[in-house]
Design a protein around this ligand. Structure first.
Ligand code: C5P
Length: 231
C-alpha cells in the first residue's frame, strides 16, 4: 500500500510553505521543502569556498554535499555536514544568490534525484512508523520532480498579495514603505528564477488555487478540499 504524494508549486509569497507544512501535519504526512535544498546547496558552496559563477565547481560541490532533510512537519530541519542550517539558509545574503545555484542544470539534476529518493522513501512506507506519504513543495514538483503525484496543486497569488505577505514576514507590518523595501527582493528573484521555472502556468492535470484574496485559513481550506476530493 503506497502513501499519498501531494505536490505543491508556487512563487514566493504564494503561501505554499505555510500551507504545505500544515497540510502535512494535519494529514500525518512527511513534509519536504525543496527550496530549502537549493538554499542548502548555496550554503554548502559558501562553506566550501566554491565560486558561485564556476558552474562545474558548483555542480561538483553539490554532488558531494552531505545533506540531511528532516521531514517531520512539526519541526522540519535542514542539516548539512553536521550543522543545523535551518535558520541560516533564510538569511537575506544567501537568498539574494540562491538563483545562481538553482539555475545550474547539473545542480537541478542532482537535487531532483535526492528529492525523488526522499519522496519514494516516504510514499513507499519503509519502516514501522513511516509516514503515510508526503507533501513536497517547490517550483517544479508538479512538473519535473513528481509529475505522477496523486495530487498536484499550483498555488498562485497576485503580486500585491505576495509583496504584502513577504513585507509582513520580514518587517512585521505591510505598509507602503515595507512593501517597497520588499519589492526588489521578491521581483528580482522571480526574474532570476524565470529561466528554469515556468511555474506560473499550470501543467495538464494540475489544479490552480489562487490565494490572492485569501488569508492563511482560507488558503489552507481550499488546498485541503482539493486533496480530499482526490483521495
Ligand atoms: O521557496 P524558496 O524561496 O525557499 O526557494 C529558494 C530558491 O530555490 C528559489 O528562488 C529557486 O531559485 C529555487 N527553487 C527551485 N526549484 C524548486 C524550489 C526552489 O529552483 N523546486
Amino acid at each position: 500500500d503506497r502513501g499519498i504524494v501531494v505536490a505543491i508549486d508556487g512563487p514566493s509569497g504564494s503561501g505554499k510553505s505555510t500551507v504545505s507544512r500544515r497540510l502535512a501535519r494535519e494529514l500525518g504526512l512527511a513534509y519536504l521543502d525543496t527550496g530549502a535544498m537549493y538554499r542548502a546547496a548555496t550554503w554548502w558552496c559558501g562553506r566550501t569556498g566554491v565560486d558561485l559563477d564556476d558552474v562545474a565547481a558548483v555542480a561538483a560541490a553539490v554532488r558531494a554535499m552531505p545533506l540531511t532533510m528532516v521531514t517531520d512537519p512539526r519541526d522540519p530541519r535542514v542539516v548539512c555536514d553536521g550543522v543545523d542550517i535551518t535558520d541560516a539558509i533564510r538569511e537575506a545574503a544567501l537568498t539574494a544568490v540562491v538563483s545562481k545555484v538553482a539555475t545550474n542544470l547539473d545542480v537541478r539534476a542532482e537535487l531532483k534525484r535526492l528529492q525523488r529518493a526522499i519522496i519514494e522513501d516516504a510514499a513507499g512506507g519503509a519502516g514501522d512508523h513511516a509516514p503515510r506519504g508526503i507533501v513536497a513543495e517547490g517550483r517544479d514538483i508538479t512538473t519535473v520532480v513528481a509529475p505522477d503525484a496523486d495530487v498536484r496543486i499550483l498555488l498562485l497569488a497576485d503580486e500585491q498579495a505576495r509583496l504584502a505577505r513577504r513585507a509582513k514576514e520580514r518587517h512585521g507590518t505591510a505598509d507602503a514603505s515595507t512593501i517597497e523595501a520588499t519589492r526588489d527582493e521578491v521581483l528580482r528573484r522571480d526574474a532570476d528564477d524565470s529561466t528554469v521555472s515556468t511555474f506560473l502556468t499550470a501543467a495538464d492535470g494540475v489544479v490552480t488555487v489562487d490565494s490572492s484574496a485569501y488569508g492563511v485559513d482560507e488558503t489552507f481550506a481550499a488546498v485541503l478540499s482539493v486533496v480530499t476530493k482526490a483521495q
